[in-house]
Design a protein around this ligand. Structure first.
Ligand SMILES: Cc1cc2nc3c(=O)[nH]c(=O)nc-3n(C[C@H](O)[C@H](O)[C@H](O)COP(=O)(O)OP(=O)(O)OC[C@H]3O[C@@H](n4cnc5c(N)ncnc54)[C@H](O)[C@@H]3O)c2cc1C
Ligand code: SF4
Length: 328
């Protein structure tokens, strides 16, 4: 399958890339590892006028400790994350999740920035032009209807990334650079939850780095997918728990992927968990609550009820795992 024609830029600095992007933001795209973008371009899901390659900008692929904070450059690959000694020692969960993205070839090419900014997915949209030609174009493709839900103007295409849920559970922030300088926002706020335009980046903004505060508590990530070898999640879950000094839970974070237009945090289930002990009754109640809180749409071949059920099962498994005492 061939790529469509486009103008290709190789900026040497981030400022140059920002200027190029801001000059024609609607018809430009950023290229990092290309594992998401180039597939979409080959399928004519997007046909940009201008492709701006971030990989020609030096010093954007790093992993470093700055005081207590861990900073990861947007161009660090997922393989960099899984093989970095600093990450393995301080945030082993991040190394683990990086090995769960697609398959090794994608981890070697794919970057953290590209993973966080990857396009939302829908079974009516992520298809070849030939396949899509059988139906009228949907809102996300510039048309006047949605093939999934009948809510005027709304698109519920689904965010299916693996890294975002666990980084949100770790309370990561992102630094973005744009025409008006830099700003730092919580990773959770990077997602607009609007399927048509899933990121809250402003015109000309580029994700520069991810900032992670010192580790506390314990974090788990469970991914349910069709094939272990290479596949997006059907549902996945990041669970983070901090004890309050007794047997009770002080702080809990429960974040799902592949069930909404961005990573989905189930606040009600978190509140139910906080100040509780991890007994069987709590685990049952919290898992049911989380399954109720998410609203998956029919954007993949898996039904919303199946995703809901699997979300509850994943959370129950994760909570039961927390009961296992660490070996001494
Ligand atoms: C078969 C297959 C299986 C996959 N499985 C998974 C999976 O299991 N889990 C998963 O999470 N992903 C999966 N992916 C998607 C993709 O491979 C990964 O998300 C990868 O990490 C994307 O990174 P990249 O550098 O290749 O991004 P690119 O393709 O280069 O970019 C992706 C998007 O992010 C934007 N972007 C890139 N960098 C920046 C930046 N610094 N600032 C702002 N915007 C930016 C680009 O413009 C583009 O829109 C899969 C892809 C394929 C083809
Ligand atoms: S949810 Fe609807 S509008 Fe969005 S991509 Fe799918 S079919 Fe298109």
């Amino acid at each position: 399958m061939r790529l469509p024609k486009f103008e290709y830029l190789e900026p040497k600095t981030l400022q140059e890339a920002v200027r190029a992007l801001a000059s024609d933001a609607k018809r430009s795209v950023l290229l990092a590892g290309g594992t998401d973008l180039l597939v979409n371009m080959k399928h004519r899901v997007i046909e940009p006028k201008q492709v701006i390659n971030l990989k020609t900008i030096p010093k954007l692929a790093y992993v470093k400790n700055v005081k207590d904070e861990l900073r990861i450059g947007a161009l660090a690959t997922l393989h960099d994350l899984s093989s970095s000694r600093v990450i393995q020692e301080r945030f082993p969960i991040l190394s683990h999740v990086a090995t769960k993205v697609g398959a090794y070839a994608l981890q070697a090419m794919g970057t953290l920035g590209g993973n966080l900014c990857q396009g939302n997915r829908c079974r009516f949209y992520n298809q070849s032009a030939f396949w899509r030609g059988a139906k009228p174009p949907c809102y996300k493709a510039g048309g006047k209807l949605c093939h999934v839900v009948r809510k005027p103007g709304e698109c519920h295409s689904t965010y299916c990334g693996d890294m975002a849920p666990v980084l949100i559970a770790l309370e990561a922030q992102v630094r973005v650079v744009g025409p008006n300088g830099e700003r730092v926002l919580s990773l959770s706020k990077l997602y607009s939850r609007d399927g048509k335009r899933p990121l809250s980046l402003r015109k000309g903004e580029i994700l520069k780095e991810v900032l992670i505060p010192p580790p506390s508590g314990k974090t788990l990530y469970l991914k349910w997918r069709r094939r272990e070898s290479i596949e997006f999640p059907i549902v996945s879950l990041a669970l983070h728990i901090e004890k309050d000094g007794t047997e009770k839970i002080g702080k809990a974070r429960i974040i799902f992927s592949a069930v909404g237009s961005g990573p989905v945090e189930t606040i009600g289930a978190e509140e139910m968990l906080e100040s509780s002990s991890l007994d069987n009754r709590t685990i049952e109640r919290v898992s049911n609550q989380a399954a109720k809180e998410i609203s998956p749409m029919r954007t993949s071949i898996y039904s919303p009820s199946y995703k809901r059920r699997m979300a509850g099962i994943l959370l129950r498994q994760a909570l039961e795992n927390f009961q296992i005492p660490n070996p001494k």
